[in-house]
Design a protein around this ligand. Structure first.
Ligand code: SF4
Length: 398
């Protein structure tokens, strides 16, 4: 229930927002955060770095006039400055505010621009933390691109956080994986920061960022050979917060089983036998008891012609959620007369459940991490496929 906003604390509002939007996807969380009165005045803080374009693009879809705070430390790469102007123009963002340190503060503390060589904490505080804190003083909430996979201190990250009892931090991408970020950029054909192609997967100020070798951690090039890992932009009560936060994290030792999505809910996989790859089926004896088959999304279903009797289950792989070939394959298998169980496995999300069922699939196999991010209620909401029962039509039952 919406708390009384005249008396509600930040904690009250955060608890309400996390409860209200816990089953929402990243885009929905962001869209609602822009208008929910429990959030208040909100801005996106963006470095226009390697992955920033994802949130900038989402903002451009929902409200191009959302304030975007861009911190120009005056130590950034030329490429970042050009990319910032280019992305803002391409996406039609109308309120990008460039935030800089006060000239008198720079003149007093770093007149030569060499502070980063002797005291990176003081330099970050002067050029990033203090200017951002000043800019955010006009807002009740800010949007960040932080994600759970980015380390132990972020492993329990929620969509909404209480920042020092005075502001809300919104993390719409909290549950996204590196693959989700890449898929989003590919699917939306978003412009890449030019330094990514030059070996910079994480991009900060020019003096403090170096290229990363294959196999190194993506952030290894930030403050290389120093203990420093964070710029201090995530602060509490105006103070820089670095190093591990007191967050209890449970480490899972065993890899949990995949989850099967059905119209009745999430169930455990009941298929206790193996699967035969379609390629192996071609070379196996024609009368081999193939009862479960794995098919790639680009497989030619005619290789199964005359061999579908006795097959209990066919599992079709979806290598990415932008790959629609699996839907066509399912339809063709049904048209060929396959009446056994048909399962879609891999990169399928709740938004696609209607299409999955209409194409002839009975169920979906997803990783446990996705099941946590997209609980059953989200899939159920898309289960209105019954009103267009193509399955029975394909099977000749209607
Ligand atoms: S990243 Fe380096 S140059 Fe940039 S503000 Fe921090 S210490 Fe200064």
């Amino acid at each position: 229930m919406l708390p009384d906003l005249t008396t509600a604390t930040v904690d009250d509002r955060v608890a309400y927002l996390n409860q209200r939007y816990k089953h929402h996807a990243a885009q929905a969380v962001l869209e609602r955060a822009l208008s929910d009165e429990a959030v208040g005045r909100i801005a996106l803080v963006s470095s226009f770095g390697a992955e920033s374009v994802v949130l900038l693009h989402m903002i451009s879809l929902y409200d191009r006039a959302t304030p975007v705070l861009f911190i120009d430390t005056q130590m950034l790469f030329e490429e970042t400055m050009a990319y910032q102007a280019d992305v803002a123009q391409q996406l039609g963002l109308t309120d990008v505010r460039t935030i800089r340190a006060r000239p008198e503060a720079v003149a007093a503390h770093d007149p030569e621009g060499l502070l980063h060589k002797t005291d990176t904490d003081a330099c970050c505080n002067l050029r990033k933390t203090e200017p951002l804190e000043r800019a955010l003083s006009n807002f009740d909430a800010w949007i960040t691109g932080r994600k759970r996979f980015q380390g132990q201190t972020r492993a329990a990250l929620d969509f909404f956080e209480n920042e020092g009892d005075f502001r809300i931090k919104v993390n719409p991408l909290a549950h996204w994986t590196p693959e989700d970020v890449q898929d989003y950029m590919i699917n939306n054909r978003l412009p890449r920061h030019p330094l990514i192609a030059k070996g910079y997967p994480s991009i900060g100020c020019a003096p403090c960022t170096s290229p990363v070798k294959p196999g190194e951690d993506p952030r290894a090039g930030r403050w290389r050979n120093q203990e420093k890992e964070e710029c201090g932009i995530h602060f509490i009560n105006g103070k820089v917060v670095r190093g591990p936060l007191p967050v209890e994290v449970e480490i899972e030792e065993e890899k949990p089983m995949n989850v099967i999505v059905t119209d009745q809910g999430f169930v455990n996989d009941d298929w206790a036998h193996g699967f035969i790859a379609a390629a192996d089926l071609e070379t196996s004896a024609a009368d081999a008891p193939a009862v479960a088959i794995d098919l790639a999304s680009d497989a030619d279903p005619t290789i199964l012609a005359g061999r579908l009797d006795g097959v209990d289950l066919i599992r079709v792989d979806f290598p990415s959620f932008s790959d629609g070939r699996g839907f066509t394959l399912a339809r063709r298998l049904r048209l060929m007369g396959f009446n056994g169980r048909l399962r879609a496995r891999g990169h399928v999300i709740a938004d696609q459940y209607t299409m999955v069922r209409r194409s002839g699939f009975d169920e979906v196999e997803i990783a446990p991490e996705l099941a946590k991010r997209q609980p059953w209620e989200q899939w159920q909401a898309r289960a209105a496929w019954q009103s267009h029962d193509y399955q029975n039509r394909l099977r000749g039952a209607v």
